[in-house]
Design a protein around this ligand. Structure first.
Ligand code: R5P
Length: 293
């Protein structure tokens, strides 16, 4: 018979229960370090494995974009419905209250405007500022096939190296030049290059034909970019189809904040992403919320 102390000790150590080693929930991300995984878990919901990112960083190259003229008035009410805000440090510091608990994806590339060649970007934010701002990822534009392709790729790899040193993931944003074909072959090329060179996740556009080959051949999560404003049902359908074809969420801007009812729209997008609602049901939700004002 063990004495009382021995029984107690056996219970405390649970010697009959091996420690569980859980795999990480995001595609291709199991070998990353704890800090990077923890930050990704604040961007992607560990239950649904998906994210709703609200992109409001357009001003860094095109100034006060329609819908973003007053971020304080038009965007802050949407924040409760987003998982993540993607924005510049200027808007973050000047407008967003530091008390928000949402994760932040910080735009860290820049240096060009719509008046010049957009691919001529550089790294525009020091890693120290990303750390200071407690961001969960850094977003950087990559222009595959663009005039400054090499420079933009090297910007990305530098950011990945620096970010990895401090446990901050890098989001590669695949930017498509005006004259480039937006097809599966192009997006397979662009996303795979970013992933091969170490991007932790990738933002790319949806295409009707072959999007599933883009997500299948990219070893890390892909989030769908929204693109220019289209009718609400079309935007919800695009998001739904992207998710069905392997996207791990959306990073939408204009199709949310340029909607007639942005608060209703972001909730409808959220229903598609996290509740697997069909476009028709999400549209019903949009209409109901819109009429409720
Ligand atoms: C573009 O270069 C920026 O990353 C934007 O944040 C993003 O592409 C815009 O989102 P959307 O196309 O949905 O307005």
């Amino acid at each position: 018979m063990p004495d009382i102390d021995e029984t107690k000790e056996a219970k405390m150590f649970y010697t009959d229960m091996p420690q569980q080693t859980e795999g990480f929930f995001l595609k291709g991300s199991n070998s990353l370090d704890w800090g990077i995984k923890n930050r990704l878990s604040r961007i992607f919901n560990p239950q649904t494995k998906r994210t709703v990112m609200l992109a409001i960083d357009h001003g860094y190259f095109q100034g006060p974009t329609t819908g973003l003229e007053r971020v304080d008035i038009n965007i802050l009410p949407l924040v409760p419905y987003a998982d993540t805000l993607m924005l510049t440090r200027g808007i973050l510091r000047s407008v967003v209250p530091p008390s928000i608990s949402k994760s932040i994806v910080l735009r860290v590339s820049g240096g060009t405007s719509i008046l010049k060649e957009l691919s001529n970007e550089d790294i525009a934010v020091d890693i120290e500022d990303s750390i200071r701002l407690n961001v969960c990822a850094m977003a950087i534009q990559v222009f595959i096939g663009g005039e400054y392709e090499r420079q933009s790729i090297i910007n990305m790899t530098k950011m990945i190296d620096i970010g990895t040193r401090y446990g901050i993931p890098t989001l590669a944003v695949t930017a498509v030049g005006k004259n480039m074909a937006r097809d599966a072959q192009y997006f397979r090329l662009a996303t795979r290059i970013c992933a091969e060179l170490g991007a932790h996740y990738i933002k790319t556009y949806y295409i009707e034909d072959g999007f599933e080959t883009v997500t299948a051949s990219c070893p890390v999560p892909i989030v769908m970019a929204g693109g220019k404003k289209i009718p609400e049902l079309d935007a919800l359908t695009m998001a739904y189809n992207a998710l069905q074809k392997g996207a791990a969420g959306v990073d939408m801007g204009r199709n949310i904040f340029q909607s007639e009812a942005p608060t209703a729209m972001i909730q409808a997008v959220r229903a598609v992403v996290h509740d697997n609602e069909t476009p028709a049901r999400a549209m019903e939700l949009y209409n109901t919320l819109k009429h409720q004002g």
